[in-house]
Design a protein around this ligand. Structure first.
Ligand code: GDP
Length: 142
C-alpha cells in the first residue's frame, strides 16, 4: 500500500531567492496538508547524515556543502500516495528536464540547486521525517 506522507525541503538557493511562499502555495494548491514544518540551517554533519545514501556519488561533497550553506524549510506533507504525487509536482531532478509548471522548472537553478527535495520512497519518507521532527512537532489536522 502506498503511504500518505512525504518529506520535503525547500533548498538554500530557493529560500535565498525568496521562493518559499510561492513553493508553499504550490504545495497547498496540489492538495497537500502540512503536518510539520520548520526553518533551520543544517550543519555540515547534519547534511552529511541526511544524504548518507549518496556518499559514494561524485557530487556528494558539493551537495553537502550546498545543503549546509544557508537556511532551508523542512516539512512533512500529507496526501494520498504522497511520495509519488509530490514527485510529480516537483518534476525531474534537473530543472532543465522538468516539465513546465513543476516546482523545479519554476524555481530550480541547476541540477544541484533544484529548489526542493522530495522523498523517493515511503520508507525514506519515514526515515527523513524522523530526521527533522519529533512526535510533538507533528500536527494531525482535522
Ligand atoms: P532527487 O531524488 O530527484 O532529489 O535526485 P537524487 O536522489 O538523484 O539526488 C539527490 C540530490 O542530489 C538532487 O536533488 C540534487 O540536489 C543533487 N544531484 C543529483 N544529481 C546531481 C548531479 O549530477 N550533480 C550535482 N552537483 N548534484 C546532483
Amino acid at each position: 500500500m502506498n503511504g500518505n506522507r512525504t518529506l520535503t525541503m525547500i533548498k538554500p538557493t530557493a529560500v535565498k531567492n525568496g521562493h518559499t511562499g510561492a513553493i508553499l502555495a504550490k504545495i497547498y494548491e496540489a492538495g497537500f496538508r502540512i503536518i510539520a514544518m520548520k526553518y533551520l540551517k543544517l550543519s555540515e554533519e547534519q547534511a552529511k547524515a541526511f544524504y548518507a545514501v549518496h556518499k559514494e556519488r561524485p557530487f556528494y561533497n558539493d551537495l553537502v556543502d550546498f545543503m549546509s550553506s544557508g537556511p532551508i524549510v523542512a516539512a512533512i506533507l500529507e496526501k494520498n500516495n504522497a511520495v509519488e504525487e509530490y514527485r510529480r509536482v516537483i518534476g525531474a531532478t534537473d530543472p532543465a528536464n522538468a516539465e513546465e509548471g513543476t516546482v523545479r522548472k519554476l524555481y530550480g537553478t541547476n541540477i544541484q540547486e533544484n529548489a526542493v527535495h522530495g522523498s523517493d520512497s515511503d520508507d525514506n519518507a519515514i526515515i527523513e521525517s524522523d530526521f527533522f521532527f519529533s512526535k510533538l512537532e507533528r500536527f494531525d489536522l482535522i
